[in-house]
Design a protein around this ligand. Structure first.
Ligand code: ADP
Ligand code: MG
Length: 238
């Protein structure tokens, strides 16, 4: 579970070749960070994996099965959106339960899964509140909770912390890393922030203009960058 392979994946929007060709292996349980400058195709690559965009060519395998043509709901993955994607009029409980309700689970089954996710995320005391009554960090945890209840084989994060202040980003970074240690589920995390990449990743994928410049552990990339782009990007934290 949580094993994802991209084979010669390409994506064009009209005449624009946003992803000219990507091959990538993600192992079960890995914490993989896609990093690169704004506009390099990180979100597009993640959306291709999620099934929110169709590939122009190539193949996406998930857990040994060809998922290239599967709709998002049948890929067994969960995308974690920024916390502003929460429903403001619903309680935390209802926000987290939403995907389970859509899937037709009974109230009792929903409650069981929501309570378990809330316990992992330290949200048990906040289940009856609405998003407007929570801190930014708590709201982000609710957004993660909505992904956890679906028990995905991988979590996909697209710059989930980019609208939080600097101090809270550090806290949430640690919380997401701890969550990965607890759940041991594959996570793919997109960021343009080198520090986030270096501190969170098992494996960093450095992207530049829709191509992979290098794949390796933070230490690999720091010690032995393949080229000046990787050296400049990894070696100059903000
Ligand atoms: P990143 O997430 O790394 O900032 P994106 O994947 O969002 O980059 O975008 C990569 C490139 O693809 C950008 O040049 C962007 O303008 C272009 N792009 C993204 N989505 C679309 C779209 N739906 N239609 C046309 N161009 C797009
Ligand atoms: Mg993006």
């Amino acid at each position: 579970m949580g094993q994802i392979t991209l084979k010669a994946v390409r994506k064009s929007f009209g005449e624009v070749h946003v992803i000219p060709g990507v091959d990538l292996e993600i192992a079960d349980g890995e914490f993989v960070v896609f990093v690169g400058p704004s506009g390099c195709g990180k979100s597009t690559l993640l959306r291709l994996i999620a099934g929110l965009e169709d590939t122009s060519a190539g193949q996406i395998m998930i857990d040994g099965k060809d998922a290239t043509a599967l709709p998002p709901a049948r890929r067994g993955l969960a995308m974690v959106f920024q916390s502003y994607a929460l429903y403001p009029h619903m309680t935390v409980r209802k926000n987290i339960a939403f995907p389970l309700k859509m899937a037709g689970l009974s109230e009792a089954e929903q409650a069981k899964k929501v309570d378990a996710a809330a316990a992992v995320l330290n949200l048990t005391a906040y289940l009856d509140r609405r998003p407007g009554q929570l801190s930014g960090g708590q709201r982000q945890r609710v957004a993660i909770g909505r992904a956890i209840v679906r028990e995905p084989s991988a979590f996909l994060f697209d710059e989930p912390l980019s609208n939080l202040d600097a101090a809270l980003r550090v806290t949430m970074r640690q919380e997401i890393s701890e969550l990965h240690q607890t759940l041991k589920t594959t996570m793919i995390y997109v960021t343009h922030d080198q520090v986030e990449a270096m501190t969170m990743a098992d494996k960093i994928v450095v992207l530049n203009a829709g191509r992979i410049e290098q794949v390796g552990s933070p230490l690999d990339l720091y010690r032995a960058p393949d080229n000046l782009f990787v050296a400049g990007f990894i070696g100059s934290p903000k």
